[in-house]
Design a protein. Structure first.
Length: 269
């Protein structure tokens, strides 16, 4: 028990807990929107496209998260543009950006001289290595997301559940789609260090699946998803530390296990 409480005296663990809080809020809110709009695979395309930016950053020698942001936002807006303006099927648009980002990332990493040891933390995550600057970016993202959803909650709700009705009502659907896609891209990238590119999609969907067991109300879904994301992330963090296993995989395994237990309890009671 002493060892458990001693963990909170370590600077790296305090940062990891803060990262868990921030990731839970952003992924809880944005993930609920993604699931409600049934655009989970769009976020998957954005996630994998961001790898191109990480590879470019390694090659050019600048911050990998900055490169990931540039590629992720470009992919998000590109998918929206290809689908609505160029009239390319949405699944085809996602596949184009998904494969382009991954291909460029692999090429850039291959061209990077020497060994890139930090690459694995971006692919699979390592919440224990989150830096102060990354925490600040995650905090600012949360402020932006909470502010956006608070100011435009009703409009977002209309668009999420009935886009045609929203258009008929005169809402700027196209503008909101571009804005929310940008927020999805930022959420994906700034939480990469928590669970990695490979597993971030799970953090955006599994807590929402757990929350959906108890409510269909969108506002309650936002809150419950955030709570489940935080519990799963924190438990996964403890498990990874004590068992000395990768934190990203531990967090996602914990979230899946939580969903299974909650689903079982719901069916029994």
């Amino acid at each position: 028990m002493d060892t458990f409480f001693e963990l909170f005296t370590y600077d790296f663990f305090q940062k990891a807990v803060l990262a868990a809080v921030f990731a839970s809020i952003s992924c809880g809110i944005i993930g609920s929107y993604i699931v409600s709009r049934r655009i989970v695979f769009i976020s998957g395309g954005i996630t994998h496209a961001s790898f191109g930016g990480i590879g470019l950053a390694f090659l050019m020698g600048f911050n990998p998260l900055l490169g990931a942001v540039l590629f992720a936002v470009a992919a998000a807006l590109g998918i929206q543009f290809f689908t609505n303006v160029a009239e390319i099927r949405e699944d085809s648009s996602i596949a184009i950006w998904w494969s382009l980002g991954m291909a460029l990332g692999i090429i850039f990493v291959f061209l990077t001289p020497g060994y890139t040891p930090n690459l694995m933390s971006y692919l699979f995550g390592n919440i224990l290595t989150v830096t102060n600057s990354e925490l600040w970016w995650m905090f600012m993202l949360n402020v932006l997301i909470i502010g956006f959803f608070t100011l435009f909650f009703r409009k977002i709700l209309y668009i999420a559940f009935d886009e045609e009705f929203a258009r008929t009502a005169g809402l700027p659907v196209q503008l909101f789609n571009y804005l929310t896609m940008t927020l999805i891209a930022l959420t994906v990238v700034l939480n990469i260090r928590v669970v990695g590119i490979i597993l971030i999609l799970s953090l955006l969907t599994i807590p929402q699946a757990s929350a959906n067991l108890f409510t269909k109300d969108f506002k309650k879904l936002l809150i419950l998803s955030t709570v489940f994301a935080f519990i799963g992330t924190l438990l996964g963090l403890f498990i990874s530390y004590f068992l000395d296993i990768p934190s990203g995989a531990s967090i996602i395994f914990t979230l899946v296990l939580m969903f299974g237990i909650l689903r079982l309890l719901k069916s029994v009671f």
